[in-house]
Design a protein around this ligand. Sequence first.
Ligand code: SP5
Ligand code: ZN
Length: 348
Amino acid sequence: MVVDPHCHDHDPEAEIWVGVRTPGTEVAERVTVIESTLRDLGHDVVPAREFDDAWLTHVHSAEVIDHLATVWDRWVAAGSPDLGAQRVVPYLFPSAELLHGLRRRLPTALHAEVGVYCYDTMTLIGPASWRAIRAATHAARSAVDLVASGTPTAYALTRPPGHHATRSSYGGSCYLNNAAIAAQALRENGFTRVAVIDIDAHHGNGTQAIFYERSDVFTTSVHVDPGAGWFPHYVGFADETGRDAGLGTNLNLPLAPGSGDQTWLSAVQRAADAASTFGATALVIALGVDAAVDDPESPLEVTADGYRRAGDALAALGLPTVAVQEGGYHLPTLGRLVGSALEGLATG
Ligand code: SP5
Ligand code: ZN
């Protein structure tokens, strides 16, 4: 398990959910309980090392990286915390209809700029958020280093999560895309064809978008059907299969709310089979455990044994594997769910 203590530092405090400030579910205690459970299960702990942040432009735009790195200090300097939400939060979004084909300017007011990069109202930024955001990328890249130097499987305890972040935008409690960063780093370490299998309860829209036109990275996601009314609502449908050179290299497997182990595991097996058909030489698992039956953020009903069997099925691919933590919000069972998935991966 690769950890970076700065992953605790991000404190979004809240989510603005349909206009109401509610307590956030993506809390620092998530990494505390996962780390302590995995320690109890005998996992060794490897500290993440520092990396050059300039490399992050291989996955994200320089503009969003600079925004994330500077927005809190600029928010304070502008007096914006006093506007009401304390945290950085958008209020206006430059939608295609609003712009009507006109050039998207960078607004003068910082509280308007936030909507250029942040696509929802649930992904707030506080004083230490950037430290955690970059620490999570360091954990993901450290796990890649381990695998590149011969460790068969490495797990990165990343927080905040990443799979909803696109090249230039953030949302869904995600800021930079740790799984995409791991996939790109594997590519640059000589793994010619990389598969990302996303088993978080929500569609991995950011990872899909980052690699949508690429033929060297296959992306597949098993998630609750956005068409049944679930985040991210606009994407994650079965007919999204990639574009241009990437045509045929994206596979979405949306599931009905209420789906349990049997249905979910056959979708995970389909994802694994597709990664194998693609000819992947390395694997990234976007390991959210919020499909669990007790999780407050999704209506899927996967058990701890289901996660163990998913780990088994993915291990059967026999590929060098980096697992990156995504969602999972039920603190009493969170550690055990991650432990079960990793147990399956190690023994499968
Ligand atoms: C990484 C990940 O799992 N992100 C989840 C993003 C989906 N969030 C949707 C939130 C829907 C409203 N939840 C109500 C919680 C009130 N605090
Ligand atoms: Zn999720």
